[in-house]
Design a binder for this molecule. Structure first.
Ligand code: MN
Length: 147
């Protein structure tokens, strides 16, 4: 159910991306994938509710305090997407190179409507981060920053 939108956009006979058969693992894992699609962006994903909640971040994610990034929430991705790296072929949805930019465990500090606070334990992203819904910039817009 949660992955219908994800699956609807992809032809798994052509892309190497996972179709999402593993739904029982990876709780508490995050990943940031650098995605050289038409527009270079970083996909930030958190394992929550049995899927990867996902945001596309048009600029490099905030490493230090005082850096705010716009993050556009996109469709939920399957949990096994945390390991995905590779080339999505030309002509397909999201065509371009995907590489893991950072990955690690996270702890959920707070989750309420329009706000998610997490402690990230990555190699690059470390510390407490906030995702805050930012409707001024659009329906799916959030702000992503280090606390
Ligand atoms: Mn992407």
């Amino acid at each position: 159910m949660a992955l219908e939108k994800y699956r609807g956009k992809r032809d798994f006979s052509k892309t190497l991306e996972p179709s999402g058969s593993r739904e029982d693992i990876f709780e508490g894992i995050f990943v940031v994938q650098k995605h050289a699609a038409t527009h270079l962006h970083w996909d930030f994903r958190l394992s929550l509710d049995g899927v990867l909640k996902s945001w596309a971040v048009p600029k490099e994610p905030p490493i230090g305090k005082g850096m705010r990034r716009l993050a556009i929430q996109v469709e939920d991705h399957p949990l096994d997407y945390v390991d995905f790296e590779g080339e999505i072929p030309e002509g397909l949805y999201g065509a371009g190179k995907v590489e893991i930019w950072d990955k690690g465990k996270f702890g959920l500090i707070k989750r309420e409507k329009g706000k998610i606070e997490v402690a990230l334990h990555g190699s690059i992203l470390k510390g407490e981060y906030v995702l805050l819904k930012f409707p001024k910039a659009g329906e799916n817009s959030w702000l992503f920053f280090k606390k």
